[in-house]
Design a protein around this ligand. Structure first.
Ligand code: AMP
Length: 339
């Protein structure tokens, strides 16, 4: 979707992806099939590109640094990516920047879990520091007897123990920062997760101006603290009374921003290309209320019925294999904004 947005703005896109038939590679002007940290591939990319970005948070941060060292205009920075790849560094950074999160403790082994239980009480959500996403590498710790089992369930790797967020609902804010520091923030999305995986985003979320402006403040603060360029996705917990906590941020276009494809004049993909290319940012206001539903695994088989819906816009990613739970596409259902 980034490659499509870039092409529409007149750019030629080169895609580096280990899979030769990667969906983005098939709609780009040039494909480089190599590992993300392949030195020759990175050197080639740096040489042929005016600007470089990424849309997958498991690209090694060192590869982004290599591109920067080669003089490439790469954004977001390797630093922003590295922080987002480590839940402990991320929550520590968020708090230091003034963005509130749940209380948390660093966990290097079962003894730290015992200590965290003493200090914060039960339950605690134990998450691996690195590599986990969509609820993987996570386990709830309810009592001291379960410490060893939970340590193993979370992967027996360096972890973070979080207190429960106690949220009424999950929201997210998509925002962008340009090369000269200007910021654009989209209306909030309301997210429904099942089993740690995003199922549905409804946006603009029905909320108060106070909550929207709180989210905007968090986005502005975080983007400045990261000296960020590009689109960021920030996942939030809304607590009773409207207070927001940050769960995590993704240094890229975000699944909960897919509604902007059909709900906004300038969607998150075009916005990201504008930011990294040094263009002015575009408007972020919503033109419709959108319900975005992910199509997981064989749910994509319903494409014909979905394509026949008058107010639905279907986005299929061209992935060749519909493994269970894999994000294969999404459908945006459009309705009117509240009067
Ligand atoms: P994450 O991998 O951090 O995005 O977490 C996946 C999902 O787990 C979130 O979207 C929430 O639904 C839930 N979750 C994560 N952290 C907490 C927490 N501290 N308390 C309660 N639920 C959480």
């Amino acid at each position: 979707m980034l490659a499509l947005a870039a092409a529409r703005l007149g750019f030629d896109v080169a895609v580096l992806d280990p899979a030769p038939d990667a969906p983005a590679a098939r709609v780009a002007a040039k494909a480089i099939a190599a590992e993300y940290d392949d030195p020759a591939a990175l050197a080639l990319l740096a040489q042929i590109s005016d600007a470089i970005t990424f849309e997958f948070e498991n690209v090694p941060a060192a590869a982004i640094q290599t591109l920067a060292d080669l003089g490439a205009a790469v954004a977001p920075s390797g630093r922003a990516l590295a922080i987002s790849q480590d839940r402990l560094a991320e929550k520590t950074f968020l708090n230091a920047a003034g963005a509130p999160t749940v209380a948390f403790a660093a966990v290097g082994g079962p003894a730290d879990l015992a200590e965290a239980l003493k200090r914060h009480g039960a339950p605690l959500l134990v998450k691996s520091r690195q590599g986990g996403y969509d609820g993987k590498g996570q386990a709830w710790l309810e009592r001291a007897d379960d410490i060893d089992a939970v340590w193993r369930a979370a992967g027996a790797v360096p972890a973070i123990a979080e207190t429960p967020a106690g949220f009424d609902r999950e929201l997210s804010v998509i925002a962008a920062r340009g090369r000269s520091g200007e910021v654009a923030v989209y209306p909030l999305g309301e997210n429904r997760h099942v089993g740690g995986v995003l199922r549905q985003t409804t946006a603009p979320a029905r909320t108060t101006p106070a909550v929207q402006s709180q989210a905007e403040q968090i986005a502005v603060t975080l983007l400045a603290a990261l000296d960020y360029v590009g689109v960021i996705g920030i996942e939030l917990f809304e607590q009773r009374g409207g207070g927001l906590l940050v769960n995590e941020f993704a240094p890229r276009v975000h699944n909960s921003g897919h509604w902007t494809l059909d709900g906004c004049e300038v969607d998150q993909f075009e916005q990201h290309i504008r930011a990294v290319a040094g263009w002015p940012l575009g408007p972020t206001r919503a033109l419709a209320r959108v319900e975005m539903t992910n199509l997981l695994g064989d749910e994509i088989d319903a494409w014909q019925a979905l394509a026949a819906e008058a107010n639905a816009r279907l986005w299929l990613y061209g992935k060749t294999e519909a493994r269970p739970g894999r994000k294969m596409g999404h459908v945006n259902r459009l309705g009117p904004l509240d009067p």
